[in-house]
Design a protein around this ligand. Sequence first.
Ligand SMILES: [Zn+2]
Length: 100
Amino acid sequence: MKIPNKLNIMGRTYRVEYDEKGLSDNDDVGKYDEQAGVIYISKGFKELPRCMDSVEQNFLHEVVHGMCWQLGYNQLYNDEKFVEQFSGLLHQIIPQLEDK
Ligand SMILES: [Zn+2]
């Protein structure tokens, strides 16, 4: 799965930025920042990089937060269990749609 540098969600363009140090304030591995228009993803620490599967899943997790926000589903936006499960499904399905 290819993670783009920019992603449009319902007309709003978000930059995708990587944090090499980890988003370590509270052990977050990703962050959806609506105001700044940025999806932050941690690639882990230099000495302990995260596997790409984990980075992709994390990216989709933040994308699902963004989708819920743009759709106005505030309850789902804050429902980490839903966001994690739905992004897990996307992570399984999206690679099957790509050309081999
Ligand atoms: Zn989340």
